[in-house]
Ligand binder design. Structure first.
Ligand SMILES: [Zn+2]
Length: 277
């Protein structure tokens, strides 16, 4: 069996997640690694942290593929005196590359929002903000549940299909009202609150919602809000990207192991004292 080079893997990834479809402010692509080096194993994680880098190295991975960029705003130092610099050192010392697919992975057909939509069985889905009129790629997704259900039941479904976290799922709105049209956006999605109301969604599933935008939004009615953690709402992309890399390697007759990290990289370790009045 042959193997892939890092350059081969980058080409596969860029076919599915074209860097040109990333937002202008984003920083996607190859962060570290030599395109000539062989890659026999890939680790996938939402965040490039010292812990996920260590996990990749323990597996002997030649590439760590993450959703979030390591340096979103650029830097003048990668010294091992900061956590990010230590990630760079750890990876290079261990012969492991780092590649980021962020807003280009959000928008794609094989992307973050499609993976999330699959988990809740969303039908007739389309982007909330398509890249082009009637197109299938773009920000967020909106579609219909196979059957209407009370908001409370929908939230329970979301809790069931997403990986468990300390926060769990927060729900805003009339818990007994029926919902069917669902808008969703993995990660922090408050910038789409206006768009999902205009599209007539019954409920909006996203993450990282804050007091003022959320309560001012709900004061005007639907869509109700279902708020997961940032990590949980983006994690479902990892198995999908892993399967795609596995399939691409097989097609090329190359051996490749893929490993999806299940380490929760949300900053929260615990919630206490929660109760529903
Ligand atoms: Zn994110």
């Amino acid at each position: 069996m042959s193997h892939l080079t890092l350059g081969d893997v980058v080409a596969i990834l860029e076919q599915h997640y074209p860097p040109a479809t990333a937002e202008e402010w984003d920083a996607v692509g190859l962060v570290a690694g030599d395109p000539e080096q062989p890659v026999r194993s890939i680790a996938l994680a939402v965040d490039p942290t010292e812990e996920t880098a260590r996990e990749a190295l323990e597996l002997g991975a030649g590439l760590l593929l993450t959703h979030h960029p390591l340096y979103l705003r650029g830097t003048s130092s990668v010294a091992a005196t900061s956590p990010k610099g230590r990630v760079v050192h750890q990876l290079i010392r261990g012969g492991c590359g780092l590649y980021t697919a962020h807003t280009n992975a959000d928008a794609a057909i094989d992307g973050v929002n499609e993976a999330l939509a699959d988990l809740i069985g969303l039908q007739g889905r389309r982007p909330i903000a398509p890249h082009e009129e009637g197109g299938t790629t773009g920000s967020g997704r909106i579609g219909e549940l196979p059957e209407p259900m009370p908001l409370r039941t929908f939230a329970e479904l979301v809790a069931q299909v997403l990986p468990a976290t300390a926060q769990g799922i927060r729900v805003g709105g009339d818990l007994e009202a029926e919902v069917r049209t669902v808008a969703l956006c993995g990660g922090a999605g408050d910038s789409l609150l206006g768009a999902v109301r205009e599209l007539g969604a019954d409920v909006y599933l996203t993450a990282d919602l804050r007091h003022h935008p959320a309560s001012e939004h709900l004061a005007e009615g639907k869509p109700y809000l279902v708020d997961a953690t940032h990590w949980a709402s983006e994690w479902p992309w990892l198995p999908r990207a892993a399967a795609l890399l596995d399939e691409a390697a097989r097609t090329r007759g190359a051996t490749l192991e893929v490993h999806v990290s299940t380490r929760v990289t949300d900053p929260w370790a615990l919630t206490v004292g929660g109760s529903t009045p």
